[in-house]
Unconditional design. Sequence first.
Length: 112
Amino acid sequence: MEVKATAKYVRVSPFKIKKITELIQGKQIEKARNILSFVTKKHTRVVEKVLESALSNAKNNFGLTPDNLYIKKALVDKGPTLKRTRPRARGRADLMRRRTSHITVILEERGK
Protein backbone atom coordinates (compact mmCIF):
# COMPACT_ATOMS: atom_id res chain seq x y z
CA MET A 1 0.00 0.00 0.00
CA GLU A 2 1.37 3.39 -0.98
CA VAL A 3 1.22 6.35 1.34
CA LYS A 4 2.26 9.81 0.20
CA ALA A 5 2.71 13.36 1.42
CA THR A 6 3.30 16.51 -0.61
CA ALA A 7 4.65 19.97 0.12
CA LYS A 8 3.70 22.46 -2.59
CA TYR A 9 5.07 25.86 -3.54
CA VAL A 10 8.25 25.49 -1.49
CA ARG A 11 10.51 28.49 -2.20
CA VAL A 12 13.55 26.44 -3.18
CA SER A 13 14.88 25.62 -6.60
CA PRO A 14 14.00 22.05 -7.63
CA PHE A 15 17.64 21.42 -8.57
CA LYS A 16 18.78 21.98 -4.98
CA ILE A 17 16.09 19.76 -3.44
CA LYS A 18 16.63 16.97 -5.99
CA LYS A 19 20.15 16.41 -4.67
CA ILE A 20 18.76 15.79 -1.19
CA THR A 21 15.90 13.51 -2.24
CA GLU A 22 18.21 11.29 -4.30
CA LEU A 23 20.08 10.39 -1.10
CA ILE A 24 17.04 8.90 0.65
CA GLN A 25 15.21 7.21 -2.21
CA GLY A 26 14.82 3.45 -1.66
CA LYS A 27 15.98 3.59 1.97
CA GLN A 28 14.17 2.51 5.12
CA ILE A 29 12.67 5.23 7.31
CA GLU A 30 15.24 5.17 10.12
CA LYS A 31 18.15 5.09 7.70
CA ALA A 32 16.68 8.02 5.74
CA ARG A 33 16.20 10.04 8.93
CA ASN A 34 19.81 9.36 9.88
CA ILE A 35 21.06 10.46 6.46
CA LEU A 36 19.00 13.67 6.56
CA SER A 37 20.27 14.55 10.02
CA PHE A 38 23.87 14.58 8.75
CA VAL A 39 23.32 16.37 5.43
CA THR A 40 24.59 19.95 5.71
CA LYS A 41 22.38 21.47 3.02
CA LYS A 42 20.15 24.35 4.05
CA HIS A 43 16.86 22.88 2.85
CA THR A 44 17.01 19.37 4.31
CA ARG A 45 14.52 20.47 6.96
CA VAL A 46 11.80 20.76 4.30
CA VAL A 47 12.42 17.20 3.11
CA GLU A 48 12.42 15.97 6.73
CA LYS A 49 9.03 17.59 7.31
CA VAL A 50 7.52 15.94 4.22
CA LEU A 51 8.94 12.57 5.31
CA GLU A 52 7.44 12.99 8.79
CA SER A 53 4.11 13.95 7.25
CA ALA A 54 4.08 10.82 5.09
CA LEU A 55 4.96 8.73 8.13
CA SER A 56 2.12 10.27 10.12
CA ASN A 57 -0.27 9.57 7.24
CA ALA A 58 0.83 5.93 7.26
CA LYS A 59 0.31 5.58 11.03
CA ASN A 60 -2.94 7.47 11.45
CA ASN A 61 -4.78 6.82 8.19
CA PHE A 62 -3.69 3.27 7.39
CA GLY A 63 -2.43 1.86 10.72
CA LEU A 64 0.98 0.89 9.34
CA THR A 65 4.09 0.55 11.49
CA PRO A 66 7.23 2.48 10.54
CA ASP A 67 9.41 -0.64 10.87
CA ASN A 68 8.03 -2.14 7.63
CA LEU A 69 8.07 1.07 5.57
CA TYR A 70 10.61 2.31 3.07
CA ILE A 71 10.76 5.31 0.74
CA LYS A 72 9.59 4.09 -2.63
CA LYS A 73 9.98 7.45 -4.38
CA ALA A 74 10.98 10.97 -3.47
CA LEU A 75 9.86 13.25 -6.29
CA VAL A 76 10.62 16.91 -6.92
CA ASP A 77 8.57 18.77 -9.51
CA LYS A 78 8.84 22.34 -10.74
CA GLY A 79 6.35 24.79 -9.33
CA PRO A 80 5.47 28.18 -10.74
CA THR A 81 8.33 30.64 -11.14
CA LEU A 82 8.00 34.09 -9.59
CA LYS A 83 9.40 36.66 -11.99
CA ARG A 84 10.81 39.87 -10.55
CA THR A 85 12.79 42.69 -12.10
CA ARG A 86 16.08 43.98 -10.78
CA PRO A 87 17.28 47.46 -11.72
CA ARG A 88 20.55 47.64 -13.61
CA ALA A 89 22.74 50.42 -14.97
CA ARG A 90 21.52 52.92 -17.61
CA GLY A 91 17.84 52.41 -16.81
CA ARG A 92 17.77 48.77 -17.80
CA ALA A 93 16.23 45.88 -15.90
CA ASP A 94 17.14 42.22 -15.52
CA LEU A 95 14.65 39.44 -14.90
CA MET A 96 15.09 37.49 -11.66
CA ARG A 97 13.48 34.07 -11.56
CA ARG A 98 12.54 32.83 -8.09
CA ARG A 99 11.82 29.17 -8.54
CA THR A 100 9.45 27.04 -6.47
CA SER A 101 9.10 23.29 -6.20
CA HIS A 102 6.64 20.59 -5.19
CA ILE A 103 8.11 17.81 -3.04
CA THR A 104 6.39 14.41 -2.83
CA VAL A 105 7.46 11.44 -0.70
CA ILE A 106 5.87 8.04 -1.35
CA LEU A 107 6.21 5.28 1.25
CA GLU A 108 5.42 1.61 0.79
CA GLU A 109 5.44 -1.51 2.95
CA ARG A 110 8.38 -3.81 2.44
CA GLY A 111 7.67 -7.35 1.14
CA LYS A 112 4.41 -8.91 2.22
